[in-house]
Design a protein around this ligand. Sequence first.
Ligand SMILES: Nc1nc2c(ncn2[C@@H]2O[C@H](COP(=O)(O)OP(=O)(O)OP(=O)(O)O)[C@@H](O)[C@H]2O)c(=O)[nH]1
Ligand SMILES: [Mg+2]
Length: 221
Amino acid sequence: MSTNSQPDYDKPGDEGEERVKIICLGDSAVGKSKLVERFLMDGYKPQQLSTFALTLFNYKTQIDGKTVSVDFWDTAGQERFNSMHPSYYHQAHACVMVFDCTRKITYKNLPEWLKDLRTYRPEIPCLCAANKIDEDMDTTKKSFAFAKKNNMPFYYVSAANGTNVVRLFKDSIRAALAYKHNSTDFMDEIMKELENFELDPIPSKVKDKEKETEKITQEKS
Ligand SMILES: Nc1nc2c(ncn2[C@@H]2O[C@H](COP(=O)(O)OP(=O)(O)OP(=O)(O)O)[C@@H](O)[C@H]2O)c(=O)[nH]1
Ligand SMILES: [Mg+2]
C-alpha cells in the first residue's frame, strides 16, 4: 500500500470532523483483531483466520460535542518477520500494543515491536494490553514490568468476555487526540486514573449508541 492512498489525518474529514489514526501491534494470534471487534461491534466469535495484510476499522464518536473519526489499523502480527511497511506507522497518533498473557513469548517480543514503532513514531503514546485474562485470572496478579519501564498505561483485558476493552480503546482515543493537540500531560492523567482503577470483572459493553462502524479490508501491494 502506498502512503498516497491513505487519508491525510492531519486534515479534517469531509464533514469537518477531526481524524485520528490508531495502530495495533503485537504478535500473531494475541487477539488484536478480536479486541477491536469487541470494542466496535461488541461481538466475539472464537474462530478467525489470521489477519491478511491490513484491516481498517472506522469508528465515529462525539468528544466534547465534536465528531471525531477514528481509524483503527489492524495488521497481521506475522508481518514483523517480514518487517512492517512504513505506511502502517505513517501519521499514527497512538498505538495499542497487545500480548497474550498465556504465551510468554508474545510478551518477550514487545521490545522488538516498540523498537520498530519508535523508529517511525518516536513520540506517539503507546498503551499496553495483556489479553486473554479470561483463560487464567491469576495472570492479573503477575506484574509485567515492560509497560511500567516504558511509561505505558497497562490494561488486563479479554476480548472474549469484554473486560477492560472499552476502557483501553477510549483511553487510546483520548491519548491520540491529546497527542495531536500537542498536550503533554495526557499520559500522566491516564496513568493516575489507572493507579486507582480496580479490575472490573463484569464485562463492559460499548454504550455509545451512535457508534458507526465500517470495515474496509485493503490489500497491501
Ligand atoms: N480465550 C481467549 N481467546 C482469545 C481472546 N482474544 C482472542 N482470542 C483467540 O485468539 C485467536 C487469535 O485472535 P486474533 O484476534 O485473530 O489475533 P490477532 O492478534 O489479530 O492475530 P493476527 O491477525 O495473526 O496478527 C483467536 O482464535 C481468538 O478467538 C481472549 O480474550 N480470550
Ligand atoms: Mg488479526
